[in-house]
Design a protein around this ligand. Structure first.
Ligand code: NAP
Length: 306
């Protein structure tokens, strides 16, 4: 088995919480360097730019980009110009137009590009997709509610236009677009903007999936227990995905799924893409976010304080 020497770009919460330990535990990847404006992870050399990093470490073959979505275009272009394969955190970009260029840029450079969706790697996602196969879906209900103060403490970028509650919400959309057999079509939406912010703190979205209604509720102001649930009623039973699709129950009975962590699977998928020299850039969850901004009625709510 070959080992891919990889560098992380952007050392923030998710890089430290997930990427660094996942790469450390992997025998398929070796973390060689970090590109950061601040402190690199302990024991890893840090560089200000990809160009500086590549000069010091010409052995690096791939980068995993963990910066916020805005500004990715320049980072990806720089990585490709240095012949690096690229994986990026979700959401892929600041705009659909930008995101749509990435796979083509990578193809022209002869590199692999992977737009990741970590929630699609949650343990119950593939079992749920298999269970739904051949069944008629009657109703879908999603409650994806978490506390922004816990998951994004002090992050200014999370309140930039186009982000807000859709940063976690896109995780639910990435699961739905993977497990549901038909495309969902947005019918109406309400986006609730705090009076002092440029992005919504909550959103209610009503879709159709064939004849079935799909009700999606996102909230970024959920205190106490956090809720990441998807319920799907079919002609042959009731499926519940909970804890971010890491757990699954059918008709109230828990179904055993393996407990492989999401980010371990994410890096295994990147390894497969590298072996096959193939890219994976499904933008469907991101398109749903754009649809929500297109159709969503805006309502102002009270100010958000950290
Ligand atoms: P974060 O803690 O704010 O870290 C982002 C890092 O990106 C910063 O530390 C900085 O790294 C770099 N950066 C470059 N340009 C920046 C800018 N204009 N503003 C802020 N940081 C900038 O964010 P995060 O929570 O790790 O999220 C990063 C990405 O991962 C996002 O796309 C997010 O959706 C995704 N994600 C986050 C979580 C989560 O729970 N937080 C979960 C899954 C996915 P340096 O200091 O190294 O320069």
């Amino acid at each position: 088995m070959s080992v891919t020497k990889i560098a992380l770009v952007g050392i923030g919460k998710i890089a430290r919480d997930q990427h660094v330990p996942t790469i450390a535990a992997s025998d398929r990847f070796e973390l060689v360097a970090a590109v950061t404006g601040h402190q690199p992870p302990e024991g890893i050399p840090g560089y200000r730019t990809i160009a500086e990093m590549v000069q010091a470490h010409p052995e690096v073959q791939a980068v995993s980009i963990c910066t916020p979505p805005r500004g990715r275009m320049q980072v990806i272009a720089e990585a490709l110009s240095h012949n690096l394969d690229v994986m990026i955190e979700k959401p892929p970009a600041a705009t659909i137009s930008e995101a749509e260029t990435f796979a083509g840029m990578a193809r022209d450079a002869g590199r692999v590009f992977y737009a990741t969706w970590h929630s699609r790697e949650a343990a119950a996602v593939e079992p749920a997709k298999q269970w739904l196969d051949g069944k008629t879906i009657r109703r879908v209900e999603v409650n994806w509610k978490e506390d922004v103060r816990v998951w994004h403490p002090g992050q200014a970028w999370i309140w930039e236009p186009g982000i807000g509650v859709f940063d976690p919400g896109i995780n639910a959309l990435s699961v739905l677009t993977h497990i549901l057999p038909l495309p969902m079509m947005l019918q109406s939406a309400e986006l609730r903007f705090p009076s002092n912010r440029d992005a919504p703190i909550a959103a209610d979205l009503d879709y159709t999936h064939g004849d079935a209604p799909v009700r999606v509720e996102f909230d970024f102001d959920q205190r106490g227990p956090q809720t990441w649930d998807i319920v799907i009623e079919t002609d042959a039973g009731h499926l519940k995905l909970s804890e971010g699709a890491s757990k699954m129950a059918v008709d109230g009975e828990a179904v055993a799924v393996d407990d492989d962590p999401e980010y371990a699977r994410l890096y295994r998928h990147f390894a497969k893409l590298l072996d096959a020299r193939q890219s994976d850039a499904d933008l469907s969850p991101f398109r749903h976010v754009a649809d929500a901004y297109l159709l969503g009625r805006r309502r102002e709510v009270g100010p958000f304080e950290e």
